[in-house]
Design a protein around this ligand. Structure first.
Ligand SMILES: [Fe+2]
Length: 385
């Protein structure tokens, strides 16, 4: 969660009467985390926000199922070869890799969500590999474009509006515990530290223009791995104002400030978002290590507690052969991994890299779905010999 934002009309104190010009009372919705102990936002609705009638829904994506037990191996999935599903974002994602903490999916949406959606199972982090559009929520609109991370907190009512005419390719990370900024980048009052790799100004917060009625009344809620339909009496976006630290935002990956050292720095220096059971890292173009005998290429390593996936976005991936934009490599704990043959030596003397990639380290093993195996590069393991 980020800094506190106040948008629109809010009363001078929590839980006191707040009325419109005619005297009608607004209704609070206190969206709280960790029970009532964590970050929160209070929204003020024109109408009661809890009048959902039960309904049915056919919307939602497939909850991931593991393929039959796989042998322990380094694997490479060509995520852009996944066949597109349906068209609206709520229906478009295909889960590829997952564990109890995170579900990694690829999506290729092309039309607007026709319903509102709230994910009560997860904070959502979407990396927009290609595309752009608007995330519309009770707290306002967040514009996004290629290269943005977009975060939607658990329980926030929203829908995605992809820009028509743009190819959309999104990497979705459904964070089933929580997502936050790494705590080492906060000072004692929660402000991002002067030495953090990003600052408050790098985050794009919602633009709030007051209550909105798009004529939509259908709401889908994901809870317990299932999608539940509801019918609202009034527009869920009937918000006149809100105040708090829980809201969706966008963060351009190129705003991440990379570090370089005398010799190679470990991935933790690229840590961008912390999730339960994992860390999301951003590898962006940068100068590399400056010791005269430095080996800039990542060292072979056995990170014995972590599975690692890399989503390759752009640039020249000097340490790996056969991967390109849209590739997902999965290097599991249990066996060491590192550069392809020759890459280690070839990196000597290089001064910069233009690679752009998103990495996710998880402590729990990741399982692959059948959809992932359909686009697997069968020769990847052998390519390291
Ligand atoms: Fe690694």
């Amino acid at each position: 969660m980020l800094d506190r934002v106040v948008a629109g009309s809010v009363p001078r104190k929590h839980h006191v009467a707040h009325r419109d010009a005619s005297g009608a009372l607004f209704h609070e919705e206190c969206l709280t985390r960790e029970g009532f102990d964590g970050p929160y936002t209070i929204l003020y609705h024109r109408h009661r926000p809890h009048t959902h009638a039960l309904a049915t829904t056919a919307h939602g994506w497939d909850v991931p199922v593991a393929s039959s037990p796989l042998s322990l191996a380094k694997r490479h999935y060509r995520a852009l070869d996944v066949a597109p599903r349906a068209a609206a974002p709520i229906d478009a994602r295909t889960p590829l890799l997952f564990n109890r903490d995170v579900v990694v999916s690829i999506a290729q949406p092309s039309i607007d969500d026709p319903v509102y959606f709230a994910n009560a199972d997860a904070d959502e982090l979407v990396y927009v590999f290609r595309g752009g559009g608007t995330l519309r929520s009770t707290m306002g609109d967040v514009a996004f474009e290629s290269g943005d991370y977009v975060m939607v907190p658990r329980g926030v009512v929203h829908r995605w509006l992809p820009n028509a005419g743009l190819e959309q390719r999104w990497l979705s990370m459904e964070c089933l515990g929580w997502l936050s900024l790494p705590k080492q980048w906060r000072n004692a009052v929660g402000q991002l530290r002067m030495d953090a790799p990003f600052c408050h100004r790098d985050f794009r917060r919602p633009t709030f223009d007051g209550p909105r009625d798009e004529g939509l009344r259908d709401l889908v809620v994901k809870r317990g791995g299932r999608f539940h339909g509801f019918r609202c009496q009034t527009s869920p976006l009937d918000v006149v104002g809100w105040d708090g630290s829980v809201y969706p935002w966008a963060f351009p990956i190129l705003c991440f400030q990379p570090r370089a050292g005398l010799v190679h720095l470990p991935p933790t220096w690229h840590g961008t978002f912390a999730i339960r059971g994992g860390l999301v890292c951003s590898f962006v173009p940068r100068v590399v290590d400056f010791h005269p005998e430095a080996i800039p290429c990542p060292y072979p390593h056995s990170s014995v507690d972590c599975d690692e996936i890399l989503f390759y976005c752009d640039g020249n991936f000097t340490s790996r052969r056969g991967v390109g934009p849209g590739s997902i490599s999965h290097h599991p704990a249990g066996i060491p991994h590192g550069p392809h043959p020759g890459a280690y030596e070839a990196s000597l003397g290089t001064r910069e890299t233009n690679e752009l990639a998103v990495m996710l380290d998880t402590f729990e093993p990741l399982e692959a779905t059948a959809a992932a195996l359909d686009v697997e590069d069968a020769g990847y393991m052998a390519s390291f010999v």
